[in-house]
Every structure is written in C-alpha cells, then in structure tokens.
Design a protein around this ligand. Structure first.
Ligand SMILES: C[S@@+](CC[C@H](N)C(=O)[O-])C[C@H]1O[C@@H](n2cnc3c(N)ncnc32)[C@H](O)[C@@H]1O
Length: 172
C-alpha cells in the first residue's frame, strides 16, 4: 500500500502533507510506515482503546492524532477533513459482523465518504475477504475504482490460497 502511495506522490496526484486517516489503525504500524516515508499529516482511529494505546507506543509523536472512534458512527470530528482514507483489514472485520452486515457496509461507506474533503479524494483499501468487484458493489454509491492492485494467489500443498486485493477508490 505504501509503495503505491509513493507512486501517487511521484505522479503528483497526492502530496506528502495531504491529510490521511488510517481506519482501524490497530497497533499503528501503517501510521509508522507512512511517517517513515515522509507523510506528515496523519490521523489514526480505532474503536478499541487497547489499539489506541498500542498505536501511541508505536507512534509517540502522533499521540494527539489518535482517537478512539467507531467508523460505523457518523462523527463530526472527522467530517470533511481528509484527502486519503487508508484501510488495511478493517472493512474485512466490519463486514464480517454477525449482526446486520448490509447495514454495517452501508454505514461504513457513508461515513468514510463523509470523512473525505471532496470529489476525487481517495479511499485505499486492502482486503482478503472480498474481490475487487465485490468491493466495487459495496461502495458504488460513494466511490469509483481508480486502480486495482492484485496480489497473486499463493499455492500451498497443491491448494490455492486466498488472495489479497488492494483497490484505490476515488470519491464521487
Ligand atoms: C484486522 S485489524 C487491522 C489493523 C490494522 N489496520 C493493520 O493492518 O494492522 C482491524 C482493526 O479494525 C478495528 N475495528 C474494527 N471495527 C471497527 C469499527 N467499527 N470502528 C473502528 N475500528 C474498528 C479493530 O479494533 C482492529 O484494530
């Protein structure tokens, strides 16, 4: 994911000081990598307070940019603020919710679109549960695909394993 963001910087599509939000930041490793690359305007959110505490240890200088927040709840703190939303594995977790899956997917899409500033801003998502076509369907009301990055399927013991997709969407 980071390599692809680097390419977007090289192509002049994004800048290193563009505001980026990491959705479901977990232990903050993505934020750390973004920081190491040179991105300077970073926010991380996660609904687990334990994740926010861990992320604060991994990225101590971002301690004021880490928030306990539920992506499935509309939140004015994040509305209209970001150029890029990053998601590695969080939509997968959210969309596997045993409760109302369709409602969770719709809320995720509405709320992430609300966090972005304007048309053309990016949602960059990595999933191992959904194909890019499925992601496209889930997000079609707010996002269109800019680019799909396929990670090749692996084989183990003669069996084909699941593949990971990374899809760059832009806000409609
Ligand atoms: C599979 S982990 C991925 C963590 C991180 N993105 C990474 O790549 O290491 C999913 C993360 O999403 C968070 N999460 C799940 N549902 C969430 C929600 N509704 N709002 C905010 N965070 C959520 C979890 O607490 C967890 O840290």
């Amino acid at each position: 994911m980071i390599k692809h963001l680097e390419r977007l910087v090289e192509e002049g599509k994004i800048e290193e000081n563009d505001p980026i939000i990491d959705l479901g930041t977990g232990n903050g490793v993505m934020l750390r990598e973004l920081q190491d690359f040179g991105f300077t305007n970073l926010t991380g959110i996660d609904y687990a307070t334990s994740s926010i505490k861990l992320a604060a240890q991994i990225c101590p200088n971002l301690v004021n940019h880490l928030f306990q927040a539920d992506i499935l709840k509309s939140d004015e703190r994040f509305a209209g603020n970001y150029r890029i939303a990053m998601d590695k594995g969080t939509f997968d977790a959210i969309s596997l919710t045993p409760n109302d899956k369709e409602e969770a997917i719709a809320k995720y899409s509405d709320n992430v679109a609300q966090m972005l500033r304007k048309t053309g801003d990016f949602l960059f998502i990595t999933s191992c549960n959904w194909t890019s076509d499925e992601l496209k369907k889930h997000f079609h009301s707010h996002f269109e695909v800019v680019q799909e990055l396929k990670v090749p399927k692996f084989k183990f013991g003669g069996k084909e394993g699941s593949s990971t997709v990374s899809v760059l969407f832009s806000k409609l």
